[in-house]
Design a protein around this ligand. Structure first.
Ligand code: ADP
Length: 316
């Protein structure tokens, strides 16, 4: 049986422009396409986990505006619970300005967090029951930190497994990291938090060891086109990037985290969950956009079986 996942994080509307190359500062380039859609790391990861088959509740905050309405409509269409989508009467819905280079599939992003940077202590308090009764709490760093710390404290006191995706990159106090069961940085975030530049598997091990010295129990590092790495007290493993045609890498980390927590919620071990994350991340880069590019369970299972063999209940 799948256990309950709460994702506590951001919602922003993605405004994406595609062009032949990214402009340098001060330059204007002519683009080829514009796409508007639901985004934000918290929302994307919740959608990814939901589509992957997890029982997910998203806690987020939007503005009382057309973008906020768009978010709620999107969740309803997806069949997701909207009871914990708070509405801010003053602050606008967040948005992300995304530029995608069509030649390299690289991107550049400015996030304006808006309402989801204004989650109040009362908002968090009204989620106490929800968080304390969850099996897994998945958080990121795209909301106001006082609310994030408050939510993590509730989960920690209740013994809920806490997964922290350390995006976007930010320094964090050690006493906060001590409460985290699993961190899932990419290589940039891992470098900021551990001081280790990751170019090889050995480097990934070194960075993971620093996290573990700080009190984090298990570490997963996403390595973009190198694949993904995981380490716990018993072992470590690097799984290679799956061979797919990359169209748009925006949201790959979010897809990874969604697939990863779905597998954890189904009771799979860290290294099997790593593979599910790798598969979900790979599938997401084959499609344009963020939340709408998240794969469903059928596609995930097919690619999983193709590369890692028959799916079993506990492990690979
Ligand atoms: P972020 O978007 O946070 O920087 P990464 O770029 O590390 O995250 O990507 C997250 C995961 O998505 C990777 O660990 C990998 O599993 C998958 N992924 C990313 N890019 C590709 C790609 N080009 N081909 C296949 N899988 C990819």
């Amino acid at each position: 049986m799948s256990r309950k996942v709460v994702v506590f994080g951001s919602y922003v509307t993605d405004l994406t422009g595609r062009s032949g190359r990214l402009p340098v500062p001060g330059e204007t380039v002519k683009g080829s396409a514009f796409l508007m859609g639901p985004g934000g790391k918290g929302s994307n990861q919740a959608v990814a986990a939901h589509r992957a088959g997890a029982d997910v509740t998203l806690v987020t905050k939007v503005g009382s505006d057309v973008f906020g309405t768009m978010a709620v409509d999107f969740y309803k269409k997806e069949g997701m619970d909207t009871s914990y989508v708070f509405v801010d009467e003053k602050k606008e819905t967040g948005c992300a300005l995304i530029l995608v280079d069509e030649t390299t599939a690289q991107n550049e992003i400015v996030v304006l967090s808006g309402a989801c940077d204004n989650i109040t202590p009362e908002d968090v308090e009204s989620c106490r029951e929800l968080i304390a009764s969850a099996d897994i709490l998945l958080v990121q760093l795209e909301i106001n930190f006082d609310a994030l710390f408050q939510a993590v404290d509730i989960a920690w006191e209740a013994g809920v497994t806490i997964v922290l995706n350390t995006a976007p990159a930010a320094k964090l106090p050690d006493e906060f990291l001590r409460r985290i069961d699993i961190v899932t940085p990419n290589e940039t975030e891992a470098k900021l938090l551990t001081g280790v530049t990751i170019e090889t598997e050995e480097d990934a091990k070194k960075a993971a060891a620093v996290f573990m010295e700080k009190g984090v129990k298990e570490v997963v590092i996403t390595l973009g086109s190198m694949g993904a790495f995981a380490m716990n007290r018993e072992k470590s493993e690097l799984v290679g990037r799956l061979p797919v045609e990359a169209v748009d890498t925006t949201g790959a980390g979010d897809a990874f985290n969604g697939g990863f927590v779905m597998a954890l919620a189904e009771g799979k071990d860290l290294f099997t969950a790593l593979r599910y994350g790798n598969v979900t991340g790979a599938l997401s880069v084959t499609r344009k956009g963020t939340a709408p590019s998240m794969p469903d369970r059928k596609a995930i299972d097919e690619l999983y079986e193709k590369h890692y063999g028959k799916i079993t209940a506990g492990g690979y």
